[in-house]
Structures are given as structure tokens and as C-alpha cells.
Design a protein around this ligand. Structure first.
Ligand code: PRT
Ligand code: ZN
Length: 213
């Protein structure tokens, strides 16, 4: 029986369009309507699963999907047993700490004893540990930027791309915690046949990205 490689991509959001575009540039032909959860490819033994990005590392660990495309920030935060097999060179951003623009900031020690709102508690914890800072992490799932303004936190740690969201919320960026881009992750015990398909796909991704640069 010919096996298919199951590829998880974001169902909708910032990674979706470019993930689909990359797979199509790699020669995988499939149709993706807005309400589809699954698509078959016509000319490569693959199946595309459309999921929330936060769920992709778990699905790949559980081998519901063999591989997936997520932001490196999500891959690191989720701490799942999956391998980063290829950087994809899109959706570049950074995870940064920001404080009110009129607050004095003299380095990480300014965060001592403070409350930091974030959707990335594991990454922020690691950063604080490395800097030897004790601070309280307040986990929130969205609209992190408004937390300082409503008195919920002294600082935030969130994704920054152009910086305009921070600016319009009266915040300034003070620390870069990590840089991120879209990455291809894979289950760490793929069958031989699937591993071969993955290698074929990575070869094509590299060719597509080399042609662009
Ligand atoms: O629904 P689902 O859970 O699948 O999606 P989501 O809402 O969790 O994620 P989504 O689609 O917003 O982002 C997916 C991934 O895109 C992130 O995990 C990042 O790896 C990457 N990415 C790249 C970004 C941004 N750029 C980005 N600018 N993710 C979020 N933002 C947000 C940020 O949270 C902030 O609110 O944009 C705002 C900042 O942008 P600037 O340009 O104003 O600085
Ligand atoms: Zn998400």
C-alpha cells in the first residue's frame, strides 16, 4: 500500500496563506476551501490537515499528522517531542518584552518583582531564569497589549512584527526574547516510507527557497 504523508497547516490566520503557497510551489496540488478540514493532493502522496496552529505540535507528537508548519514561537512554547526539520523563511517576527513608553527601563533587573502578561509562559519563564529575575507571569490568550493600560500587568511579552501595535498601545519594546519564523516540524519516529516523502518535500522546499533568494 502506498502511504501518504499527513501535513498539518494552519486553518486560518497569519501562517495559512504562505504555508499553502509553499506546498503548492513544491508541486502539491490540492483545493482548499474555507471550511475544509482535510484536502487530498492529486500528484504527491499527501493529505493536508487544516488545524489551529496551537494544536499542531501536539498532533505531530501524537502522529495524527506526520509533519506540520508552525511559528517557531509556538514550537518552542509547546515543548512537544517533535523535531524542527526545516526553517521556512516566512512569517518572521520576534517575541519581545514591552513596557509603558513613559516607564524607566534599565535592563532585565527592572522586571524584578513585576507582573508580565503573555501567551508564552514557558518561553518567558526560561528568559527570566537565564537573567536571574523573579517576576510573576500572568498568562492571557489574546489582546496582551492592553494589559499594562488596564492595570493588569507592568509589562508584556508578545509577538512583534512592525512594532505598530505596541506604539498604538503606548508601549515600548525593551527586550528581544526570541526571533521566530515559520518552521517545518516532524514526528520523531516516522516510518521509512513517510520519512522518504518528507525528504523529498524538504528537497523541494530548499529548491523553492533558493530560487527566491
Ligand atoms: O487561530 P490560530 O490559533 O490558528 O491562530 P493565532 O491567532 O494563534 O495565530 P496568528 O495567525 O495570529 O499567528 C500565527 C503565527 O504567525 C504566530 O505564531 C507567529 O509565529 C507568526 N506571526 C508573524 C505573528 C505576527 N507576525 C504578528 N505580527 N503572529 C502574531 N502577530 C500579532 C501580534 O500578536 C501582535 O498582536 O500582530 C501584532 C503585532 O504586529 P505589529 O506588526 O503591529 O508589530
Ligand atoms: Zn493560535
Amino acid at each position: 500500500m502506498n502511504k501518504k504523508i499527513r501535513i498539518a497547516v494552519q486553518k486560518s490566520g497569519r501562517l495559512q496563506e504562505q504555508s499553502v503557497k509553499l506546498l503548492k510551489e513544491c508541486g502539491l496540488a490540492f483545493s482548499n476551501g474555507p471550511n475544509r478540514l482535510k484536502a487530498e493532493t492529486f500528484n504527491f502522496p499527501a493529505e493536508i490537515l487544516f488545524l489551529r496552529d496551537d494544536d499542531i505540535p501536539q498532533y505531530v507528537e501524537d502522529k495524527v499528522a506526520d509533519i506540520g508548519i508552525v511559528g517557531e514561537n509556538v514550537f518552542i512554547e509547546k515543548q512537544k517531542q517533535v523535531d524542527l526539520v526545516q526553517r521556512l523563511d516566512f512569517s518572521k517576527c520576534r517575541l519581545a518584552i514591552a513596557v509603558s513608553k513613559d516607564k524607566q527601563y534599565d535592563g532585565p533587573s527592572s522586571l524584578e518583582g513585576k507582573k508580565i502578561a503573555t501567551s508564552y509562559p514557558n518561553i518567558v519563564n526560561k528568559f527570566l531564569k537565564e537573567k536571574n529575575i523573579n517576576a510573576e507571569i500572568h498568562e492571557i490568550s489574546g489582546s496582551v497589549e492592553i494589559a499594562p493600560g488596564i492595570g493588569l500587568a507592568d509589562a508584556i511579552c508578545d509577538i512583534v512584527s512592525t512594532g505598530s501595535t505596541l506604539l498604538s498601545n503606548g508601549l515600548k519594546e525593551v527586550e528581544t526574547v526570541m526571533r521566530s519564523e515559520a518552521v517545518l516540524i516532524a514526528n520523531n519516529s516516522l516510518d521509512n516510507e513517510i520519512q522518504e516523502l518528507l525528504e523529498k518535500l524538504i528537497f523541494r522546499i530548499k529548491a523553492v527557497n533558493t530560487a527566491k533568494n
